[in-house]
Ligand binder design. Structure first.
Ligand code: PLP
Length: 357
């Protein structure tokens, strides 16, 4: 069976070495040695100033919205994983959708200003499939209207824009370290923020608001990563270069061999260095997509409809129409992409697609 992705498993001996440290320390959570080491390693690897690891990629979005969203209207993208809309509603804010660019698939920055009202407090945009939003235009709009910018950068591990980590853009960026993401801790995530005062507030929010055992800065929740999860992260991180090289080869093979006369893939943002995290293909119609999906499934190949449905159609998200996103969500399929996908498997996937479009 071939799925859309396959979690990377580091050599078990290397994972066990990390676990031995936990047994030696007799310390399982509450920001132990391994979590702090992982954060330091991530700062070096990614080139970011402040990072706090968390228990998944959803809680940092909730914390950011709790602090910056302030129960207001949040301008967001309809084309993302459900978490980027559900967190807005969960935090008692109102999602206001802005349609996406038909080629980059990220929020269409030229349509953002029309959606701003006196109630707007923040923009929550996704660097979907690791493809950067137009961060400069979004920053200019945010500055002009005094809005906060939160990036759901769940797919953006290792992506750089103009040579700088994508996590360094916006007031806050978040990432997911879920098993299906390119860097993972099984379950996990992180929050990045370059403003030290804001970072400190977000940081204490992830640990119940604790200042010390008996004193509290303010409201908080439990977003802590455990030592067991950090152990996985420390064992995976040294393989990121290898993982990225393997993915790059698969992407190059798809690019070369898929028949793009009736098929499209996303356009990468200029001046960015991408991470090969997803391979979306856009079919001409949903009927063609369903036919291709069925044929692939019959061969035990399971691409995923990332992302379907368009998030503006969720029953708790209001009733705005987003024609570009709805059309793309109905026609997009993410193809299997992981380093040890072999040539025979790739040829089979490509053959099925090229003969059914
Ligand atoms: C995976 C993902 C999340 C949620 O991350 P978890 O670690 O699963 O909580 C949020 N946003 C996007 C775009 C994602 O793909």
């Amino acid at each position: 069976m071939i799925n859309v992705t396959k979690a990377f498993f580091p050599p078990i001996e290397e994972y066990q070495l990390q676990l031995q440290r936990i047994w030696k320390n007799q310390w399982l959570t509450n920001r132990g040695e391994l979590v702090r080491e992982l954060e330091d390693d991530l700062k070096g690897y990614l080139g970011v100033k402040h990072v706090v690891c968390m228990n998944n990629g959803t809680i940092p979005l909730q914390i950011a919205l709790k602090v910056l969203g302030n129960r207001g209207e949040i301008i967001t993208t309809p084309f993302s994983y459900v978490a980027s809309t559900s967190v807005i509603v969960w935090e008692n804010c109102t999602p206001v959708f802005v349609d996406i660019h038909p080629e980059y698939l990220t929020i269409d920055e030229t349509k953002i200003e029309d959606a701003i009202t006196p109630k707007t407090t923040a923009i929550l945009a996704t660097h979907v499939f690791g493809n950067p939003c137009h961060v400069e235009a979004i920053e200019a709009i945010a500055n002009k209207h005094q809005l906060k910018v939160i990036y759901d950068a769940a797919h953006s591990f290792g992506v750089t824009y103009k040579g700088n980590s994508l996590f360094n853009y916006g007031d806050v960026s978040t990432c997911s370290f879920h098993a299906t993401k390119i860097f993972h801790t099984g379950e996990g995530g992180a929050l990045f923020c370059n403003n030290k005062a804001l970072f400190d507030q977000l940081y204490f929010s992830h640990n119940f608001g604790h200042k010390s055992a008996t004193e509290f800065y303010g409201l908080g929740i439990n977003g802590k990563l455990s030592e067991l999860q950090a152990a996985m992260g420390l064992a995976v991180l040294p393989y990121m270069k290898q993982i990225s090289e393997g993915r790059k080869k698969v992407v190059a093979y798809y690019n070369k061999n898929l028949d793009f006369s009736n098929l499209k893939t996303m356009k990468l943002r200029e001046n960015s260095d991408w991470n090969y995290s997803y391979y979306p293909v856009l079919f001409e119609t949903e009927e063609v997509l369903l036919k291709v999906q069925k044929t692939l499934n019959e061969s035990q190949i399971f691409p995923r409809r990332y992302f379907y449905p368009s998030l503006n159609t969720l029953n708790y998200a209001g009733k705005q129409k987003m024609p570009v996103s709805e059309s793309i969500a109905a026609r997009v399929l993410c193809l299997p992409l992981f380093p040890d996908l072999n040539l025979d498997e790739l040829k089979k996937i490509i053959d099925i697609i090229n003969t059914n479009i």
